[in-house]
Every structure is written in C-alpha cells, then in structure tokens.
Design a protein around this ligand. Structure first.
Ligand SMILES: NC(=O)c1ccc[n+]([C@@H]2O[C@H](COP(=O)([O-])OP(=O)(O)OC[C@H]3O[C@@H](n4cnc5c(N)ncnc54)[C@H](OP(=O)(O)O)[C@@H]3O)[C@@H](O)[C@H]2O)c1
Length: 293
C-alpha cells in the first residue's frame, strides 16, 4: 500500500474520539478525506471542526480512504461495519480500526471479508471534548491488536498522535479492558469507600479528599517506582491482627454496608503481603480467617 493511500483517513462517527483523532491527524499531515455523521446538526459540527466532506452514508465516507476509523459507540460498531461492507465501503488495501476498549478487532470481520486489514486501536485516555482530548493525547498509550500486517500503519498513527503503542493479544482484549476498569473505575470506587467512612465521622468529601490526597499520590508514586507489593505498608503488611479486628468491629458498627468489600480486599492484600515477604503463610491464613475469607 502506498504511503499516500494510507495517509487518507475517514472518520465514521465524529463524536469525542473521532473528532480528536481526525483533528490531530490532520495537523500531522494525514489527509482527512471524509467523515460520517448521523444528523444535520452533527454533520454541521463535524464540518466546522474537521473541515472535510461530511457524508450521511458511512460506506460513501469510507470509500476514498486508506484508513477508516469507526468511532461510534461500542454497541453499534459491528452493525455499522456490517452495513458498510454490504454497501461497498471496504476494499483490499484499507486498514479499518475501531477505538473500543471492550471489543476486539473480531467485530470488524465484515471489513476483513472484503479484504481490508482490521485493528482495534484503543486510546487509554479519556476524551470529554475536543480541546481536553487534544491536550491529553501526547503520551497516551494506544492498545492495539488485530492484523499484524497493519501494525506498521498503527505505529505511524501512534507516532503522529505523539502516543505509545501497546500490543495486546486479540483473545485477551476483554481481560485488558477489565484491567483498565480496575485501575480507573475501581479506583473511584475505593476512593468512594474511604470518603464514606469519613462521612460517618461528619467530615465532608472535600475535606476528606484533601487530607487523603498526599497519601493517595504518595502511594501511586511508590507503586510506580517499586511495584504494588513493595509499596504495600499498613496493618495487613505488618500482620497486625488486633488492628484489623478493631477495623472490622468499627466498620460493622458504623458502616456495615462496607464490611464485605473491606474484608475481600483484605484477603487479597494478605497474599500481596506474602509476596512482599513481610507476612508468612501462617500469619496470612490467620488474617484471612479473621477477615472471613
Ligand atoms: N470518550 C472517551 O473517553 C473514549 C476513550 C477511549 C475509547 N473510547 C471509544 O471510542 C468510541 C467512541 O466514543 P466517543 O466517546 O467518541 O462517543 P461519542 O462522543 O458518543 O461519539 C459517537 C459518535 O457516533 C455517532 N453515533 C452514535 N450512535 C450512532 C448510531 N447508532 N449510528 C451511527 N452513528 C452513531 C454519534 O453521532 P451523533 O453526533 O449524531 O450523535 C457520534 O458522532 C467508543 O468505541 C468508545 O468506547 C472513548
């Protein structure tokens, strides 16, 4: 495939991600040939932001392009891809990508059957809007899986977006996504649990977060520098059973709805402390019994 062809990009679904990728790639010399938008309003918006031809039929928007991004919501990517394939939107030589974290490139099978190479190209980043998205791009990791032949194109895109490429196994895409959800969404959950305990004490969420922030950021820095096991401190790492017993009693009395999660995380943390080497197997078992695990 010639460089000129692979530099022609179409965006199918010019929402948050589509607009950011289209805009940024255009700045870096990619030729934005067309985009697809559903409604008159979104066509107008896409035309203003991306300055390219805007189509109301996705297959037409894709036809001239060498690189086709399907940046619609996850639930409709496969359906749109199937429809585009039926209407002649794909051909050999094209690279067709979606940006979903949850799905693998397998949902682009219809494009592959038309001879296109397919990839999933997931930015591990949050894009609430155009300007914030453009600011967040440099340094963003893009998890890529799919046709190996198309990895060169993905590398070019990632370089243009000033990001970094993370290759992942296709069959493990859901596990990759689960890991990202744990690191991002469940971190929010953990923070909420801590803030609820403060709330029981009558301390506002704002004050609570302010007081916990140095601890949170310090812990994150330590995890980055030495890994989660070595960064682990606290009563579980020390095998301090009376302290854990006091936690359990207090949570049971004052915030019983948090007891199960506290105990479950404590059981996992006991194993982490064993890996760190500050807890032996026997102590870990005693702790787990106390936690009910
Ligand atoms: N936003 C993020 O932070 C983020 C981060 C990483 C990955 N992603 C992934 O990127 C993809 C796009 O997400 P997004 O946040 O950019 O979504 P979005 O802002 O909601 O944009 C989706 C686009 O798809 C169009 N669309 C919606 N439903 C459609 C349908 N039924 N048929 C055709 N087009 C339709 C929308 O058109 P209208 O404008 O007409 O509504 C819009 O242009 C998703 O796969 C998502 O998982 C998002």
């Amino acid at each position: 495939m010639s460089t000129a062809v692979t530099k022609k990009v179409a965006i199918i679904g010019a929402g948050n991600v589509g607009s950011v990728l289209g805009y940024a790639l255009k700045q870096k010399g990619y030729l934005l040939t067309a985009c697809f938008a559903r409604t008159e309003e979104s066509r107008q918006r896409a035309s203003e932001v991306l300055g390219c031809s805007v189509y109301s039929e996705p297959a037409e928007a894709a036809r001239q392009a060498g690189i086709v991004f399907l940046t619609t919501p996850d639930r409709v990517i496969e359906e749109i891809c199937n429809g585009m394939a039926r209407r002649g939107g794909f051909r050999p030589g094209q690279v067709v990508l979606h940006t979903s974290g949850a799905h693998s490139s397998d949902i682009l099978l219809a494009a592959r059957e038309e001879g296109a190479k397919t990839l999933s190209f997931h930015p591990l980043q949050t894009f609430p809007g155009l300007q914030a998205g453009l600011r967040a791009l440099p340094g963003t990791f893009f998890a890529v899986e799919g046709d190996r032949d198309a990895f060169g194109v993905a590398e070019g895109l990632v370089e243009a977006l000033e990001g970094k490429l993370l290759a992942i196994p296709t069959e493990m895409k859901p596990l990759y996504h689960a890991a990202a959800c744990v690191a991002c969404n469940y971190l929010s959950t953990l923070m909420d649990v801590a803030l609820r305990m403060y709330d029981v004490m009558g301390i506002s969420a704002e004050q609570a977060f302010a007081s916990l922030s140095p601890l949170i950021y310090g812990t994150l820095r330590n995890i980055g520098e030495m890994g989660p096991a070595k960064a682990l401190t606290g009563p579980v790492a020390r095998g301090d059973l009376p302290t854990i017993k006091a936690h359990l009693q207090s949570i049971k009395a004052l915030a019983p709805e948090l007891l199960a999660l506290y105990s479950c995380l404590g059981v996992y943390t006991a194993d982490l402390a064993c890996r760190k080497g500050t807890l032996d197997r026997e102590q870990a078992e005693q702790l787990k019994n106390l936690l009910g695990g």
